[in-house]
Design a protein around this ligand. Sequence first.
Ligand SMILES: NC(=O)c1ccc[n+]([C@@H]2O[C@H](COP(=O)([O-])OP(=O)(O)OC[C@H]3O[C@@H](n4cnc5c(N)ncnc54)[C@H](OP(=O)(O)O)[C@@H]3O)[C@@H](O)[C@H]2O)c1
Length: 310
Amino acid sequence: MEYVTLGRTGLRVSRAALGCGGPSRLGQAYGQAPEVSKRVIQRALELGITLFDSAESYGTEAVLGEALAEAGAGDQVVVSTKKGAWDWERKRLCTPLEMQQGIDASLRRLRRERIEIFHLHGLALEHLHYALNELVPVLRQAQASGKLQHLAVSEAFIGDTHHLMLQRALLADVFDVVMVGFNLLNPSARASVLPLTRERQVGTLIMFAVRRALTNADHLRSILAQLVQQGALRADALPAEAPLGFLGDVRDAAYRFCLHEPGADVVLTGTGSVEHLEQNVRSLSAGPLPPEHQERLAALFGHVDSVSGN
Ligand SMILES: NC(=O)c1ccc[n+]([C@@H]2O[C@H](COP(=O)([O-])OP(=O)(O)OC[C@H]3O[C@@H](n4cnc5c(N)ncnc54)[C@H](OP(=O)(O)O)[C@@H]3O)[C@@H](O)[C@H]2O)c1
């Protein structure tokens, strides 16, 4: 396992991190028993993973807290979690008091006295102003009282494939870490986000490395068709059968593509399967893609900023 200093946080973390959300939520999304999710966390620890990402809305903070406590790993890992500025249930913005209560509830579920990285979750551009003015002061208070160590923000990549919120948020210089969508189908953060994070030494957590499109052939075909329809990809650019076959194992290539991107500190892998985790960690320990594959991907998708890979 490779380790990295996460920008100006100074935190030393593994470059592969376990994501406890996404379509899998440690397998909770498809009804897997909590004991199996705990085995995934346990295996991640054995493989040298030291960064774990969850969120209030994933429903996986408790299982993560329990597994880390049982493994006695509390002090040796970095935990990242999140709460949204937008309350999807009540269909309104979260109040400062609710944010404060949310932090305390996350601490209890995670069984921790401090959360190392706390994100405003999936922040939309239209809520950035409110978040900076009304919620960040609450986060700062929690930071001063030792409950939170570093402030972070994650984007809503499915709707914000151009990274408009992050580009704006980074100018405010409040966040020490950002979570950004980046993959071989939409590498647009390379030009719009990563230069800013590098300049300001903001730590980067890469999400959507594989998501659905790069682990499922049907999803991939439908996203490529979407790009053709948008005029972003020539209809004859790729064969219909195994369109990304030139890469060999697409999933493996997708992780290596992200890990070796200059400015990408940590790549998240979200899974509920020990076997998938082991495969992904192997890919995240392998070298960069051969130059001819990198060049072909740049020619095919280097300009794409309209899909997330979901
Ligand atoms: N806005 C936000 O803040 C936000 C949004 C999305 C994600 N995130 C964070 O980022 C993390 C990573 O993103 P993600 O989970 O959405 O996407 P991801 O890690 O790119 O992909 C996860 C999907 O790929 C599948 N998968 C993983 N490894 C596989 C393998 N070896 N073979 C076949 N399928 C495989 C998983 O299913 P299996 O369970 O079957 O392996 C799951 O459906 C999340 O877990 C979450 O912590 C944050």
